[in-house]
Ligand binder design. Structure first.
Ligand SMILES: [Zn+2]
Length: 216
């Protein structure tokens, strides 16, 4: 029994770097200094039309975002928040953003995970945001490769009563692949009034989004 307790303790308080298994640094549980530096070197604020993003959705970013789980969400939002917060604040101030809206995750995923990781990051950064409700469950988008099916899947799945007229809105997601979820959300925002401008920010963009010069 004693050894079992010890194992659980080790597991719960493990502080190994998720990339190289080295001991993590003081500020960041799950990340060593070298790997944090590597991530820092990779970030570049990129912009295509009204779409901003920082990272390519590569192996490391996939692993980092994938490490967002209930028991370690605080630590991962801290890492991702510190890596991207500076740029996010710059965009908000430069573009004169009035409303920040995290893309709502679907109901099933929220039930499984219990939280929206973009909201977690914004809370860590103390950036106020407005929520849009997801009213219809959709199939996970990655299961639907066809763009038309994706559109159909996401159609009418959000509900918003926000006052958007004359406002500059920044929609935030963690990863953008085809952009169809965001496109549906922006459509709904436009149906709520006449926003001055809708901008999109994501932590990472998949190659498909970059190659297709996705815009919203
Ligand atoms: Zn490391």
């Amino acid at each position: 029994m004693k050894s079992l307790n010890l194992n659980i303790r080790d597991f719960l308080f493990s502080n190994e770097c998720i990339f190289c298994n080295e001991k993590s640094q003081k500020e960041y549980r799950y990340l060593c200094q070298e790997c944090y530096k590597k991530l820092k070197r990779k970030r570049v604020l990129r912009n295509s039309g009204n779409f901003y993003y920082i990272f390519d959705y590569d192996k490391e970013i996939k692993r980092l975002i994938g490490f967002f789980k209930l028991q370690n969400r605080r630590y991962i939002s801290q890492i991702l928040g510190d890596l991207t917060g500076k740029y996010l604040r710059e965009i908000i101030s430069f573009e004169g953003v009035d409303i920040v809206i995290p893309v709502p995750i679907n109901i099933k995923r929220k039930r499984e995970r219990g939280f929206n990781q973009v909201e977690d990051i914004l809370e860590y950064l103390k950036i106020p945001y407005e929520s849009v409700r997801r009213v219809k469950d959709t199939r996970p988008m990655h299961q639907l490769l066809d763009e038309e099916l994706r559109k159909e899947n996401i159609k009418n799945s959000f509900e918003s009563r926000l006052r958007v007229t004359g406002k500059t809105i920044l929609v935030i997601d963690d990863i953008v692949t085809t952009g169809s979820t965001i496109r549906e959300l922006t459509k709904i925002l436009k149906s709520c009034g006449e926003p001055k401008k809708i901008l999109v920010f994501s932590l990472a963009a998949a190659k498909t989004a970059v190659n297709n010069k996705v815009s919203f």
